[in-house]
Design a protein. Structure first.
Length: 499
């Protein structure tokens, strides 16, 4: 083969190979496909914070402090209005509100990037005397003691919108949330008490209180509903069907049917099956209340004492139970408030168990699964841990810093945390619920006014969105062992003044 023929064969071979490559490239040849495998597991937990408002002095600016749940770390803090007297956050955990001693309202975002320039202020009329506030997902409701009105605010900063008439001496507003229920309720003590201490003991000779329903669609009041003596707090069930009002003056809980806006009375009524329906307008919490009302709980009076003095409660949605802190009786009351399938009181409604805790339990919080309750024992400086199912104290009370007046809980991982705050201390005590031990304490600037959590542990959101100020039957900043009614009567400001 000569050189010309060789070159011709090479050209032909190259053409064949090129053609084959083109054909191969156009074919439907197999190619391995790699499918990424995404990680599996539960969704990320929502961010959770404890929000503390503290007051270095009655006249200097208060401090809002944001504490991270996971690391118990101060993430941000900023000065707010001077001498804050009341604090709460909205039901979304997005914004915080305070009443201040200079007649202003502070509105601040709950954020790890909180700065002083983000703090907004609203000036109140000089005649206003706001006591407590309720913050749904939008707007703000305030009980104005002097005007016998409920002040409604909206926008940002909060701007006065409307004054809604209420019964004499409104001390709290309890709501059903912005997207639930039909009405909010103004809780009034129905008599003027300049000293703020007529309701600080149980029993009392005060008159019966009143609840004024306010229709949220029109912001108009309905006819007041009769309560017990010295109502001091109320809590709504998570299904918004019942409102429970704590009457410290006569050791009772008034039950309001929030569906039809009446006392929980249904004598002579039957359910859809034609069966008689029993209702419970009043739940007694002490032996004296049983004697006065003639009502005995379905399981009798075992464990009840002569005086209860209810000041705070949480509704436990997982159990349909109401857990009440009986300040004067040194106990908590665990009450069955379950409903049947028709929305009527169940056959066990009103069954009450009492559990002895420390002296002067000023507040109680319940874990979201309903297993344990934690009480802030003000006189003892302790937190008691109660097994809700067995109605027993689980272990020795945990010592905390100061005399705790507030205890709140949250669950944001495999275990929860409980936060105890004392108005005579700048230290927030944090308890781990997996071991039920004090995890740590966090120092803030100034003594603590109150604490809230952005992710509520369970049950009603009222524990987060309703404030509690000292006086008017609510515990003062120091227990009776350190601050007596006689001292307060001589100087009424002592009830709320930080020591």
């Amino acid at each position: 083969m000569n050189s010309g023929q060789a070159r011709a064969r090479l050209v032909h071979l190259g053409a064949v190979l090129a053609s084959g490559a083109i054909i191969a490239g156009c074919g439907n040849n197999y190619r391995p496909v790699v499918t990424p495998i995404n990680s599996s597991g539960p969704a990320a937990q929502p961010t959770s914070y404890a929000v503390v408002v503290s007051a270095p002095s009655p006249t200097t600016p208060g401090i809002a402090t944001i504490i991270d749940y996971s690391g118990d770390t101060v993430m941000a803090y900023a000065p707010i209005g001077p001498g804050p007297t009341a604090f709460t956050i909205d039901e979304l955990g997005a914004d915080g509100y305070t009443f201040n001693s200079d007649h202003t309202i502070t509105n601040f975002p709950i954020s790890t990037s909180l700065q002083e320039k983000q703090i907004l202020y609203t000036t109140l009329p000089s005649t206003a005397e706001p006591v407590n506030m309720y913050a749904p997902s939008s707007g703000l409701w305030a009980a104005d003691l002097k005007g016998n009105i409920i002040d409604l605010f909206n926008s940002s900063p909060e701007t006065f919108v409307l004054a809604i008439p209420a019964a004499t001496a409104p001390i709290a507003v309890i709501g059903t949330g912005s997207t639930q229920g039909q009405r909010n309720f103004a809780i009034s003590q129905n008599f003027v008490d300049p000293t703020q201490v007529a309701c600080n003991t149980s029993p009392t000779t005060a008159v019966a209180g009143l609840a004024t329903p306010i229709e949220t669609a029109t912001n108009s009041p309905d006819a007041p509903i009769a309560l017990g003596k010295c109502p001091v707090y109320a809590v709504m069930s998570s299904d918004t069907k019942r409102l429970f009002v704590l009457n410290r003056g006569d050791d009772t809980v008034t039950v309001i049917n929030a569906q039809d806006n009446t006392l929980d009375q249904c004598s002579g009524l039957v359910n859809q099956l034609g069966q008689p329906v029993t209702c419970h307008p009043t739940l007694p919490l002490s032996l004296s209340a049983v004697a006065a009302t003639g009502i005995t709980p379905p399981n009798g009076t075992a464990g009840m004492v002569n005086t209860a003095g209810p000041v705070y409660a949480e509704y436990v949605g997982a159990l349909q139970e109401l857990v009440v802190a009986d300040y004067d009786g040194g106990r908590i009351s665990i009450i069955d408030v379950s409903l049947d399938q028709y929305g009527n009181d169940s056959a066990t409604f009103g069954t009450t168990y009492t559990v002895p805790v420390g002296n002067n339990p000023a507040a109680v919080t319940v874990l979201s699964d309903g297993t344990r309750a934690y009480t802030a024992n003000q006189a003892d400086g302790t937190v008691s841990i109660v097994n809700v199912a067995s109605h027993t104290v689980e272990k020795a009370a945990l010592a905390v810093v100061g005399h705790p007046r507030t205890v709140v809980s949250t669950a944001n991982s495999l275990f929860g945390k409980v936060y105890a705050a004392s108005p005579d201390s700048p230290f927030l005590t944090i308890i781990r619920t997996d071991l039920d031990i004090v995890d740590t304490t966090v120092l803030v600037e100034g003594n603590i006014v109150d604490v809230r959590v952005t992710t509520q542990a369970g049950g009603s959101g009222n524990a987060n969105s309703t404030s509690r100020v000292p006086g008017f039957g609510q515990p003062c900043n120091l227990p009776p062992t350190l601050l007596t009614n006689a001292q307060i009567l001589a100087n009424p400001a002592l009830c709320a003044t930080l020591p």
